[in-house]
Design a protein around this ligand. Structure first.
Ligand code: THU
Length: 135
């Protein structure tokens, strides 16, 4: 099972556009229905305009009409396993919760399994805000 997700993440990572950092990343979001959405990082000559792999995977999930992350794989070439940047931890939080498993992967294996709560303790999330239309 993991192996299929690793293959998807690896395929996504192989598509990364990272000519400035030479740090390709692949991410695969798995939703409760078992659907998968992959993303890679896409850098830009104007450096801050680049997008992370997790951002791309989450956008693909949302445009497909899904808004829940069951678990997520993040892969880099780093043999100790990728770890999401602070901004992406917050982006994952929007569609996940503290118990959501996050798999930190090298190109060939899940190197660490953590929860989002471990990566982003005391998170600020949607529950702190009134949603649109609520009294
Ligand atoms: N990167 C990601 O895609 N996800 C992360 O969580 C960490 C960083 C990308 C952004 C940039 O293209 C490259 O890795 C180096 O920072």
């Amino acid at each position: 099972m993991n192996k299929d997700y690793l293959t998807l993440a690896n395929n996504a990572m192989s598509k990364a556009y990272a000519p400035y950092s030479n740090y390709p990343v692949g991410a695969v979001v798995v939703t409760p229905s078992g659907d998968t959405f992959a993303g890679c990082n896409v850098e830009n000559a104007s450096y801050p305009e680049g997008h992370c792999a997790e951002t791309a995977a989450i956008a693909a999930m949302v445009v497909a009409g899904q808004q829940r992350i069951d678990h997520i794989y993040i892969m880099s070439q780093d043999l100790t396993g990728a770890t999401p940047c602070g901004g992406c931890r917050q982006r994952i939080r929007e569609f996940a919760d503290a118990q959501t498993p996050v798999y930190l992967c090298s190109p060939t294996a899940v190197e660490k399994q953590v929860t989002l709560g471990e990566l982003l303790p005391h998170a600020f999330g949607p529950e702190f805000l009134q949603t649109a239309g609520e009294e």
